[in-house]
Each structure stands twice: as structure tokens, then as C-alpha cells.
Design a protein around this ligand. Structure first.
Ligand SMILES: Cc1ncc(COP(=O)(O)O)c(C=O)c1O
Length: 375
């Protein structure tokens, strides 16, 4: 039996999103920039999607810039905003997604100064640490709304207030929060918010950057000037229609009970399990833990053989397995980081999936231990 428990990586598609994509692809096939009826049809679908997304995040239609996903939205906000500013200082965190860490590192190579805040052991960034790090030449603060690995939620509204008071741009990667908690440009006092469709049952390769009115932004791939000269390229109308059709369609909020029951059962079975971020506020579907002495990648492969799709805490970069930078920043040891697994539940999961996973982990541990003993 196959069980999908990797919703933070991506989600199975929602029926409504698939239908909207097919309909837009068949009926709104014009280029939305064309002036004829076919172009107008496509433009209408695009405008409706823009209105729907803006309403969902408490902003205005003009704030929505459709992109090819969360990665591009983050790059556009960071590189596109900083390109309009004098070289200065950026505050971000050590636990951001690479789609934030990498564009910030590029700016650092180009002469910007960067402060990367570390989280507490529970994985939370402190708003006071942001305050302490602010400088006269701080141009941008970039903090994710919730971490993709641990699910730990960050104090975004507090940080937003600090930045707004000082007129410093604030960017929030909210890719892991859409569908799991409220995303609000206004409540967060954010200037830029990055979103991705495939984390809520929409298509991969589609996302958006929400840009507060008046914020300057230079496009990063110049071209035909679409999206009000903020993101050139013919818009992916079917993908965008699929994105907004998925809004509100996946309910993650009721999953905290399943996640908590899973963690209780897992700890009861293996007393030495360490659950990361357990004491902090987390997105309701996410559990990251380590089983000491067992390699996360081996566990993942054994679980895969038994039909479970989960993630490990190590990322494969240039053929080399790197332990999770998030766990290391939280103070986990290299060994703990290498033996970690992430389970992220979704609406298709049942309590049975969680119970079966605990039982399978127990069997695998026993098997690996007896193999190690026999060797
Ligand atoms: C926190 C976070 N930011 C950005 C991204 C990148 O989004 P996309 O896959 O749409 O490029 C992801 C995807 O895993 C993510 O979890």
C-alpha cells in the first residue's frame, strides 16, 4: 500500500485545480497581452485569478506578480528590490530555504553585508534579535513565515511592525504557510510575500510575489514588460487558474491532532526519539524527528520499500549529502541531523497512516539493529 506523507515537498493535485487548468488551457488559449477576443478571454481569466489571490492575502489586485513558483518569487523580491537600493545591509536567518539563502549570498558577493540570525533550540527566530541586528543601512529583512523542515512558525507580525516603524523593507517567504494559517500582507506589515501553488494542491512551476503598493522592484529577467514591468514573459494562464482554484481547497488545519498523536505514539515506542521544534508553534501537519543511531537516508529508503513517502533531513547538493542546515542552526549535532526524518501530513492521510508509520519505523529499527549486531 502506498502512503504519501510528504506534503511539504509537494501535494497531490486538487481536482478543482486540474479542472481549472484544463478549462483555461482549452478556452483561454490566447496571449493575455493580445488585443483581440482570444487575448481578452485569457486576460479575463488572469484578472479573475489575480483578484482571487489578492483577496486571499488581504491585498489589492495590483500587488500580485505571478511567477514560476516560490523560488522565483523569493529571487525577485530579494534581487529585484535590492537592485533599486544603495548597497547596504540585509538581515535574514540561517534557516531560510535555499531560494532565499542563495540570492542573499549573491548580493553578499557583490558587496552587501549580511546578518544571518540563528534560531533558538526550538527553531524559532526572536524578534528581539532582529531588533538588535538592525542598522542604519539595513535595507531588507527576509524571514520565512514557517520553516519547511520543522514547521516552526516565526513571529512575522512582530518583525513586520519593527520594520515598518523604521521604513525597512520586509520580505516573507510564506510558501509553507499558505493553506496552513492566515497569510496577510496587512496583518504582517510585510512588503513582499512569496507563495507557491504546488504546496496547496495547485500545479508545480507556478507561484506569486505579493508586492505592497509603492515598493520599488526591478525585474530580474527583462523582456516584454508583463506583470506591470515586474516579471516579463507570457503568463502561464492555465497554471495560474489552477493555482487560484486551489486556494482554500486543502485543509491542513485539522491535522495537528494526527501529527500530535503520531509523535506521542512514536515517543512511546522509541523513548530516545528527538522531535525538533516540539516546544514551538508549528504548522499543523509537520513533524521532524531523529532516531539516534539510524541513518535518515537509510530509513527513508526502507520506508519507501514499505510504501511510505517521507523526507529525510539531508539535502543532496552536487552529489554530496549534506545534513540539514536548519537542524544544525538549531544546535542539533551532525549525527542527529543525519538521522532525521520529516513527515508532513496532508488531507488525504488518516490516523491509520500515522499508526502504520510508527509500526513500520519500529520494525525497520529492529531489523537494522539486528543487521548491525550480526555484522
Ligand atoms: C519555504 C520554501 N520556500 C520556497 C520554496 C520553493 O518553492 P518552489 O518549489 O515553488 O520554487 C519552497 C519549496 O520547497 C519552500 O518550502
Amino acid at each position: 500500500m502506498q502512503r504519501y506523507l510528504d506534503y511539504n515537498a509537494t501535494c497531490p493535485p486538487l481536482e478543482a485545480a486540474l479542472e481549472a487548468q484544463v478549462e483555461a488551457a482549452q478556452q483561454a488559449y490566447g496571449n493575455p497581452s493580445s488585443l483581440h477576443w482570444a487575448g481578452r478571454n485569457a486576460r479575463r481569466v488572469l484578472d479573475d485569478a489575480r483578484d482571487a489571490l489578492a483577496a486571499h492575502v488581504g491585498s489589492e489586485s495590483g500587488s500580485v506578480v505571478f511567477t514560476s513558483g516560490g523560488t522565483e518569487a523569493n529571487n525577485l523580491a530579494i534581487s529585484g528590490y535590492c537592485a533599486t537600493q544603495k548597497t547596504g545591509h540585509i538581515i535574514t536567518t540561517a534557516i531560510e530555504h535555499p531560494a532565499v539563502l542563495q540570492p542573499v549570498a549573491r548580493l553578499e558577493e557583490a558587496g552587501w553585508q549580511v546578518t544571518r540570525l540563528r534560531p533558538s533550540r526550538s527553531g524559532a527566530i526572536s524578534a528581539d534579535d532582529v531588533l538588535d541586528a538592525l542598522r542604519d543601512d539595513t535595507r531588507l529583512v527576509a524571514v520565512m513565515a514557517a520553516n519547511n523542515e520543522t514547521g516552526v512558525v516565526q513571529p512575522i507580525a512582530k518583525i513586520g511592525a519593527l520594520c515598518r516603524e523604521r521604513d525597512i523593507a520586509f520580505m516573507v517567504d510564506a510558501v509553507q504557510v499558505l493553506g496552513k494559517a492566515k497569510v496577510s500582507l496587512r496583518d504582517w506589515q510585510a512588503d513582499f510575500i512569496s507563495l507557491s501553488a504546488h504546496k496547496i494542491g495547485g500545479p508545480r512551476g507556478v507561484g506569486a510575489l505579493i508586492v505592497r503598493r509603492g515598493m520599488s522592484l526591478q525585474e530580474i529577467a527583462p523582456g516584454g514588460g508583463q506583470e506591470r514591468k515586474r516579471r516579463s514573459g507570457t503568463e502561464n494562464v492555465p497554471g495560474i487558474a489552477g493555482f487560484t482554484a486551489a486556494l482554500g481547497g486543502m485543509n491542513f488545519t485539522s491535522l495537528s491532532r494526527m501529527r500530535d498523536d503520531f509523535e506521542t505514539a512514536l515517543t512511546a515506542q522509541m523513548r530516545d526519539v528527538v522531535i525538533f521544534g516540539q516546544g514551538a508553534e508549528r504548522t499543523p501537519n509537520t513533524s521532524m524527528f531523529c532516531i539516534p543511531g539510524l541513518d535518515g537516508e537509510t530509513l527513508l529508503m526502507q520506508l519507501d520499500l514499505a510504501g511510505f513517502a517521507v523526507a529525510s533531513g539531508s539535502a543532496c547538493s552536487s552529489g554530496k549529502r549534506e545534513p540539514s542546515h536548519v537542524l544544525l542552526a538549531m544546535g542539533a549535532s551532525q549525527e542527529q541531523a543525519r538521522s532525521s526524518l520529516r513527515v508532513s501530513f496532508g488531507p488525504s492521510n488518516t490516523e491509520q497512516d500515522a499508526t502504520a508509520l510508527v509500526a513500520e519505523l519500529g520494525r525497520i529499527r529492529q531489523r537494522l539493529r539486528s543487521m548491525a549486531g550480526a555484522a
